[in-house]
Design a protein around this ligand. Structure first.
Ligand SMILES: NC(=O)c1ccc[n+]([C@@H]2O[C@H](COP(=O)([O-])OP(=O)(O)OC[C@H]3O[C@@H](n4cnc5c(N)ncnc54)[C@H](O)[C@@H]3O)[C@@H](O)[C@H]2O)c1
Length: 456
């Protein structure tokens, strides 16, 4: 491939490199408590008419997408909700002014009614994506579907088949594809400025407290009840690797294990719950009392009252009665805390990917090696070196946890539904399914010690 000059590339990309600052929402936050980055004007000016949507699952993600409707009421109105937890359903309904007959306790009830909106937002737990997605497709809704598509390969393929047959728009929430950082890396790679892309290293540092919250104590601690961590956490990574390279993955191999968070490592004096008088609580980095009660972080799966003076008492109740108060060494968790995989793509491009629990930081790191240049990036910045000119350029920007991808995705999905134009999306179901197939194959490899072919 003939590399472009730097000037050609900049003209092509339509921007200059340097420090960029994106405006953020004054109130809406993601699960890390970071303010969400707002989509730029170019993204927002494509709506033919406001769309209506029903949210299934008014938890953390249902609110990230729902808050977009509050910020941009001219683009989307939430007209229905299904949520079994009363306080969540009530708060969501009040926020979006949803009529009482359109508030449901479970997703099945929505489909007992005739279609009453343009689209469905599916933000239920991983094992509750398939049922609502198939029901929504049958009734002719367009869909925003949280990842993973489904924990079962067969179900993923069923959804793809029905979406194609019924010609509905299904956007999978591979939010990284919509992050300006990854969008720019892809443009540089696809432009040819790196020459031939030869190899890539990608790293997902989960951050140790995040690991304990989500994959030891929390919603995704049991791979059989939800999805293996390679899908639950890293289908984003497999997807972004494939999207950046823009070629097919042919083979994958994986290793990984749950090495630390199990009973064999429970310190002497530790108790079933951190609140049971654990004698090592004050020195344990995973103390639930420290994380949730003293530091008041990672609280986005707790339903706290408006009155902040009552938070301490409610949090303590969670610690005494929910998994969030249990010792990290005495859970029924089975998700690996380190996972490494190698991939072979078309044209002999090789990729190594690591997902690690034991870091003090989060934010994906990527190194891309091309015959005429390389890129080193960490989601907040990248440095791209041009071997031909000897010059290098640096780019920096503010970032929320998904680098601005959450609301950019919403903006593109609404435009796609409003215009009935799937091409406004980069993560359609057909584009997204291949990386899921890579994830299923990686897990097979990890468990069976094999190198798996990717069969699409
Ligand atoms: N795209 C991303 O970056 C990203 C990030 C985090 C989570 N996720 C995915 O989003 C989904 C939701 O995760 P979350 O963090 O919001 O979890 P959550 O637990 O906060 O929200 C899920 C909600 O679904 C509700 N629910 C359960 N059963 C239901 C039913 N039968 N009908 C309707 N609602 C039901 C739950 O009560 C809960 O409120 C998961 O699939 C998760 O893997 C994606």
């Amino acid at each position: 491939m003939q590399p472009l000059s730097r000037r050609d590339l900049l003209e092509k990309l339509g921007y200059t490199l340097g420090a960029l600052s994106f405006p953020v929402s004054s109130w809406a936050t993601n699960e890390l408590g970071e303010k969400l980055i707002l989509p730029n004007r170019h993204r927002q000016n494509r709506i033919k008419k406001q769309i209506t949507a029903i949210t299934l699952g008014a938890g953390n993600r249902g609110n990230v997408y729902g808050d977009y409707a509050t910020a941009y009421p001219d683009q989307i109105k939430i007209v229905g909700v299904a949520e079994p937890i009363e306080i969540r359903r009530k708060r969501y309904s009040e926020k979006h002014n949803i009529q009482s007959q359109d508030q449901f306790t479970t997703w099945e009830h929505v489909f007992e009614k005739e279609k009453f909106a343009d689209a469905i937002i599916i933000t239920t737990p991983d094992d509750l994506h398939y049922g609502p997605c198939m029901a929504a497709l049958k009734q002719g809704y367009d869909i925003l579907l949280e990842k993973p598509i489904s924990p079962s390969e067969e179900e993923c393929r069923d959804i793809l088949e029905l979406a194609n047959k019924n010609k509905r728009i299904v956007a999978v929430c591979h939010v990284l594809r919509y992050a300006p950082y990854f969008e720019r890396l892809r443009e540089i790679m696809q432009s040819g400025l790196l020459g031939n892309v030869v190899s890539m290293q990608h790293f997902e540092p989960i951050q140790h407290i995040h690991m304990s919250h989500s994959f030891v104590r929390g919603n995704w601690h049991n791979s059989k009840e939800t999805a293996p961590i390679i899908l639950a956490k890293s289908c984003h990574d497999l997807d972004i690797i494939k999207w950046l390279i823009g070629k097919n993955c042919k083979k994958i191999q994986a290793f990984g294990k749950l090495s630390w968070f199990h009973e064999g490592n429970a310190p002497e004096g530790s108790t079933k719950r951190c609140t049971d008088g654990c004698s090592v609580e004050s020195t344990c980095p995973y103390s639930a009392l420290k994380i949730y009660h003293r530091d008041r972080i990672w609280l986005h799966h707790f339903d706290l009252p408006e009155d902040k003076s009552k938070h301490g008492e409610v949090i303590m109740d969670y610690l005494k009665h929910s998994n969030y108060g249990r010792c990290v060494y005495r859970m029924e968790n089975d998700q690996p805390d380190h996972y490494t995989s190698n991939m072979l793509f078309d044209d002999d491009i090789t990729v190594s990917f690591n997902m690690e629990a034991f870091t003090d930081y989060h934010g994906r790191r990527t190194r891309i090696m091309g015959s005429m240049g390389d890129i080193v990036g960490d989601m907040y910045s990248y440095k791209w070196s041009n071997f031909i000119t000897g010059e290098s350029e640096e780019w920096k920007h503010e970032s929320d946890g998904h680098g601005g991808g959450d609301w950019n995705l919403m903006s593109d999905w609404i435009a796609a539904v409003s215009n009935q134009d799937e091409s406004l999306l980069t993560s359609t179901i057909s584009d997204s399914i291949e990386s899921h197939i890579m994830g299923f194959a990686a897990e097979k490899s990890r468990l069976n010690h094999t190198v798996e072919d990717i069969v699409l």
